[in-house]
Design a protein around this ligand. Structure first.
Ligand code: NCD
Length: 310
């Protein structure tokens, strides 16, 4: 057992054996899921609460499915119907949840750092399901699992992360994970969407798709996150697509065996063309969703065990 932490709040700070252990365990869950079997004894009697302060389709449902396949009692707290709308603070919510003796708390929040704050206040193991522009650790794990299964390794691969890096917790978690596991990471996007501090994370920065995509093994596209933009950072969707949207022509600049990924939800025709997104040979987008369930099962399993040993 390498992973001995109580929570999963970020990828930053994890060591290769911890990441490797989660990915190896997730491989087993891919096989289990494909066989149609479940393992309902593992989390029997445990309670998992999905606490989502921001919209989500894939992440929330895959945590729900993961919890149920391992036998946990799963509750989805949707914020629109909770007291949060009546002005209850995050810490009051935490105290309420704590009184309910929940074992695993999955949190998505618009503020960076909210899951860390909750982790200090509740007894449950806290899993960050995306906080502001900070991190989204299970997304990076599922992306890594998807890449590793297709390419056989992470080490030595060139991964180009393209688009709205500034607002992307997916990009930040992926940069930390891929750097830790020995990939070469590039980010590509307009200067307005690539913050200066990203270069300090040990990535190569490109503002031109042609230069950045050359020799890439993996092309990871990001959604243009207009809801997080406080001012106009891109001229128009059409112009953005022309320079930074991935179509067949730009994709041809990467390695011939390059594969494309996107965390979803996609803005088709803005950051990615449908012909590329739906290419059965070279798009991993559907596989990413499948890997998401397996990775979340591995994370719940691991945290439940480290909690028991504590
Ligand atoms: C991402 C997120 O919420 O950070 N989506 C996801 O979890 N699959 C990316 C996004 O919203 O663009």
């Amino acid at each position: 057992m390498h992973y001995r932490q109580k929570h999963l709040l970020a990828i930053e700070g994890l060591h290769p054996p911890e990441i490797g252990q989660l990915l190896d365990l997730a491989e087993n869950y891919v096989l289990l899921n494909r066989s149609g079997k479940t393992q309902r004894d593992l989390l029997r009697g445990r309670t998992l609460i999905n606490l989502f302060f921001e919209d989500s389709t894939r992440t929330r449902t895959s945590f729900e499915l993961a919890g149920k396949r391992l036998g946990a009692d799963v509750l989805n707290m949707s914020v629109s119907t909770s007291s949060v709308n009546k002005g209850e603070t995050l810490l009051d919510t935490a105290a309420t949840l704590n009184a309910m003796h929940c074992d695993l708390l999955v949190v998505r929040h618009g503020q960076s750092g909210a899951p860390n704050l909750l982790a200090q206040k509740v007894d449950a193991a806290v899993i960050n399901a995306g906080d502001g522009t900070h991190e989204h650790p299970t997304q990076a794990l599922l992306d890594a699992l998807t890449i590793r299964r297709r390419k056989g390794r992470l080490e030595g691969l060139t991964v180009a992360i393209c688009g709205d890096v500034a607002h992307s917790r997916v990009a930040r978690s992926n940069i930390h994970l891929l750097n830790t596991m020995g990939s070469r990471v590039r980010v590509i996007g307009p200067p307005t969407l690539i913050p200066a501090e990203v270069a300090e994370l040990g990535v190569e920065v490109f503002h031109d798709m042609a230069a950045g995509l050359a020799e890439a093994d993996i092309v990871m596209m990001l959604r243009l996150q207009r809801e997080r933009m406080t001012r106009g950072l891109v001229p128009s969707a059409r112009e953005y697509f022309r320079f930074f949207g991935l179509d067949a022509e730009k994709f041809a600049l990467a390695r011939p065996d390059a594969l494309v990924m996107h965390p979803g939800p996609m803005n088709r025709g803005v950051e990615i063309d449908s012909a590329v997104a739906d290419d059965p040979e070279r798009s991993l987008i559907r596989e990413q969703v499948e890997m998401g369930v397996a990775v979340r099962m591995a994370v719940l399993d691991t945290l439940a065990r480290s909690g028991r040993n504590a």
